[in-house]
Design a protein around this ligand. Structure first.
Ligand SMILES: CC(C)(COP(=O)(O)OP(=O)(O)OC[C@H]1O[C@@H](n2cnc3c(N)ncnc32)[C@H](O)[C@@H]1OP(=O)(O)O)[C@@H](O)C(=O)NCCC(=O)NCCS
Length: 188
């Protein structure tokens, strides 16, 4: 019941970060051996090692839309994922609430398998994704956000070298954005 209400009515309080210079991306070492690969139509389904089939279907859709994804692997098992939407139009809305501009990327849908958390896999994925977005996709700025009380995510984001941009409050009803308040340190 509560989760149903949560799905209908969602309040997000987000901290938003940015990177606009690839030289600011820190090198991140993981405490386990992982391999990072781009998500492709061939390997997208392997995420079901730690996520549901619904996620595999969603990620297939991300690939069809032209989003970039990174999987972290331990041996033949996917233990983490991170995705980025690139805006090619004048303005794009991502995840139903975040607006980004042309040639910006927004990182979302990040998760690390519970058994492998605390080993720097998330920041390693973010760093690899950012490198790719700057070098191959030629984005001008990468944005990422997280809920203000998501300490693990905030730690991971900071390790990569992201800088704080500001905060946002977003209210969605059945996925539709009905209220938005953003406060930025720099112009967005
Ligand atoms: C947020 C998340 C992706 C971080 O992944 P990660 O690979 O564990 O990240 P890190 O290794 O950098 O750990 C970050 C912090 O998590 C905490 N942590 C350490 N061990 C942990 C464990 N076993 N379980 C949970 N959190 C742990 C620590 O505070 C750590 O910071 P530290 O390295 O300074 O001690 C992961 O916790 C996760 O998937 N959470 C659920 C989904 C989510 O919140 N996604 C991000 C939304 S943008």
């Amino acid at each position: 019941m509560i989760s149903e209400i949560h799905n209908i009515f969602k309040i997000r309080r987000q901290q938003i970060f940015f990177l606009d210079d690839p030289n600011d991306i820190n090198t991140v070492s993981t405490t386990v051996n992982i391999k990072l690969t781009e998500v492709t139509f061939d390997n997208v389904g392997y995420v079901t090692y730690f996520r549901s089939k619904k996620h595999a279907t969603k990620f297939y859709g991300f690939l069809e839309e032209g989003q970039y994804g990174i999987y972290a692997w331990i041996d033949s098992q996917v233990v983490g994922h991170a995705w980025a939407k690139i805006c090619r139009k004048c303005r794009c809305r991502v995840s139903g609430y975040m607006d980004i501009s042309q040639n910006e990327a927004f990182i979302h849908y990040c998760n690390v398998s519970k058994s492998y958390r605390g080993k720097n896999i998330y920041p390693a994925m973010l760093a690899a994704l950012c490198q790719k977005l700057f070098s191959k996709v030629k984005v001008q700025r990468v944005l990422i956000d997280t809920e203000i009380n998501n300490k693990a995510s905030l730690r991971g984001i900071t390790k990569v070298g992201f800088k704080p941009l500001g905060e946002g409050i977003y209210i969605q009803v059945r996925g539709r954005l009905i209220y938005k308040y953003e406060h930025f340190k720099y112009s967005k």
